[in-house]
Design a protein around this ligand. Structure first.
Ligand code: NAP
Length: 260
């Protein structure tokens, strides 16, 4: 029997396209989001077109009770797409504290709870797929804030998702579970309330890249990036930072003034 695929944020955008892609491959679905009507529409369409069973789980992943309920449902699923998200942009000194907390809840805590619940079963069966939808903004820490304003919490949440996925992939490596951090650039979906940009990618292309990267075992998938050697270079720089910082002496630049 084919693995069940649980997709969060399946009511629109990238999540809806993932649901379609897994259904087209014959996988039964568990579709999660808040908008029940939309989910039922997706479930009916995919059930009819591909003959798969599509279960709807209405849940608001900002809340712990709903996260736990979805996590319980994730037990036994062989494919997870942790995709639900919203932008919550705004200057950090001005956004409601609850928006920052909700971003953490939906992007981070839901991903952790759902993955934690499903992973033991995947490891026991020796197969599984976990796609965590991050963003190119995970790599925006050095970007000009004037060009990308109001994204501190969102970008940091996506960095969490990338690092979590990379370290988890190392932890479960060789045990049949494939982990991917999908890092789309700007994608044409409902998440944006501004006009479309000319460099937007379609959600269909983003998901096509993710599925191709699952085949090749590419852990960090950047759908628009031509030069994939940059990811290896990033890894090399990180390892230099990590190793160079672990020593008993202060770096020379801190040995000035009174410390000297
Ligand atoms: N579009 C881009 O440019 C872009 C770029 C990089 C990364 N991403 C990431 O891609 C993922 C999908 O976003 P999208 O672009 O496809 O946007 P979208 O069309 O707005 O889809 C977001 C999905 O998340 C669900 N969702 C939002 N808040 C939720 C909550 N509290 N509880 C449960 N579900 C919730 C929405 O469903 P309901 O409203 O029905 O709950 C919807 O299905 C997100 O993680 C986003 O950060 C997007």
């Amino acid at each position: 029997m084919k693995a069940q695929a649980l997709v969060t944020g399946a009511s629109s955008g990238i999540g809806r396209i993932y649901a379609t892609a897994w259904a087209a491959r014959g996988h039964d679905l568990v579709l999660v989001a808040r908008r029940e009507e939309r989910l039922r529409e997706v479930a009916a369409e995919l059930g009819e077109k591909y003959g798969v069973a599509a279960e709807v789980v209405v849940a608001d992943l900002r809340g712990e009770d709903d996260r736990s309920r979805v996590a319980e449902r994730a037990v036994g699923c062989g494919i997870l797409v942790n995709n639900a998200g919203f932008s919550g942009y705004g200057a950090f000194a001005e956004i409601a504290a609850s928006v920052a907390a909700d971003l953490v809840g939906v992007h981070i805590l839901a991903t952790l709870a759902i993955t934690r619940a499903a992973l033991p079963g995947m490891l026991a069966s020796g197969q599984g797929v976990i796609v965590n939808v991050a963003s190119g903004l995970a790599f925006s820490g050095s970007a000009d804030p004037a060009l990308l304003p109001g994204r501190a919490t969102y970008s940091a949440a996506k960095s969490f998702v990338v690092t979590f996925s990379r370290v988890l992939a190392g932890e479960v490596g060789g045990r049949g579970v494939t982990v991917q951090a999908l890092c789309p650039g700007r994608t044409a979906t409902e998440i944006h309330d501004e006009p479309p940009r000319d460099y937007e990618m379609s959600a269909e292309d983003v998901v096509a890249a993710s599925l191709a990267a699952l085949e090749t075992g590419e852990l960090v998938c950047l759908p628009g990036l031509e030069d994939i050697s940059l990811v290896a270079q990033l890894g090399a720089v990180e390892r230099s930072l990590l190793a160079g910082n672990n020593r008993s002496q202060l770096a020379d630049r801190y040995l000035g003034g009174e410390a000297r």
